[in-house]
Design a protein around this ligand. Sequence first.
Ligand SMILES: Nc1nc2c(ncn2[C@@H]2O[C@H](COP(=O)(O)OP(=O)(O)OP(=O)(O)O)[C@@H](O)[C@H]2O)c(=O)[nH]1
Length: 306
Amino acid sequence: MKILIAEDTLSDRMLLRFHLAKLGHQVSEVQNGEELVNTLKDSYYDWDLLIVDLNMPIKSGEEAAREIRALQTDSPEDWIPIIFLSGSGTDEDIQRCIEAGADDYLIKPIQHKVLAAKLLAMARIANMRNRLVSMNKRLEALSTTDYLTELPNRRAFEISLTDEMAKAARYEQALSVAVLDIDHFKRINDEYGHDVGDEVLRQVSARLKSSLRKGDVIGRIGGEEFGLCLSHTSAEDAVNACERYRKAISGAPIICGEHKLNLTVSLGVTAYCDNLGQLELIKLADKALYEAKAKGRNRTIYRECE
Ligand SMILES: Nc1nc2c(ncn2[C@@H]2O[C@H](COP(=O)(O)OP(=O)(O)OP(=O)(O)O)[C@@H](O)[C@H]2O)c(=O)[nH]1
C-alpha cells in the first residue's frame, strides 16, 4: 500500500517508517495536520492509507481528519482509510478520533504485530471497496449502454441531451437534435430473420459512429431509431450533418454474410430553443421524422421550434 504518515515526533516517524517498510509498504511523511491536508489536496487519489498522530502542532490529527473527510464526495472510491496514533488510549480519545473520521486507532509505542494486523484489516476493507467501485462502474456502464450496438441507450442519450441543453442555454450556443430511423426495417427481419436484423443494427450503428463529429452524441433510443445530439450546430449545419449520416448508410450496401442489403434511413431534425424541454425537443424531431417517412423516406426533414 501507499501510506502517508502525519507525525511530528522524528523518532516515532522513523520507527513507523521502519515497521511499514519491513511490511513492504511505500511510505511518505508529513509533520503536522496542515501539511497532511495540503498534501492530500494535491494528491488525494495517490494514497491507500493515512496514519495520523492525534496530537500535532499547527493542526491536530483530529482537525485534519475532519477536513479530509469533508474533501470526500459520496462516492465510495473517495474514501481513504485513516488510522490514528496516540500515546494515550483513553475511551474518550478513541471516541473523538472515530467521530472525527478515523477508521482505527493505534497506541504508541507501536507494536509491530498489532500494526501488521491492523494494516491487514485495512487492506481487506480497501480491497472490498475497490471491488465495489469496479462493480458499480460495470453496473453503470450496463445501465447506460445498449447491449446490441454498444451505443448509449435512451436513458444515457437523454442525460447527455439534458447536459447539452443546459450548456446551450448558459452559453447561448447553438444545439440541434435529430432522430434517425431505418426505412422498412421490418422487411429485413421478415425476409432474412432476426439475426440479420440485429447485425444490420450493429453495422448501421458502427457507420453512424464513425461519421460522428467530435463532441456529438449518438444513442439508440428505440428499436431501429437513433438519437443524435449535435452540439454547437445551427439548424442549417444540422440538416447538412443529417444528410451526411443519411448518405453514410445509403452510400454503400451493408454486407451480412451472403446478403448485400441496400438500406436507406429517414431523419427528422430540429434546433434547440429554450422554451422546450428535452422530451418535447425529441418529440419535435420525431414529428419531422414522421413527415420524412410520409414524404417517401430516405430524406431529412427539418422542423422549427413551435
Ligand atoms: N432484429 C431486430 N429487430 C428489431 C429490434 N428492435 C426493433 N426491431 C424491429 O424493427 C421493426 C420496426 O418496424 P416498423 O416500426 O414497422 O418500421 P419499419 O419497418 O422500419 O418501417 P418505417 O419505419 O415506416 O420505414 C419491427 O419489426 C421490430 O420488431 C432489434 O433489436 N433487433
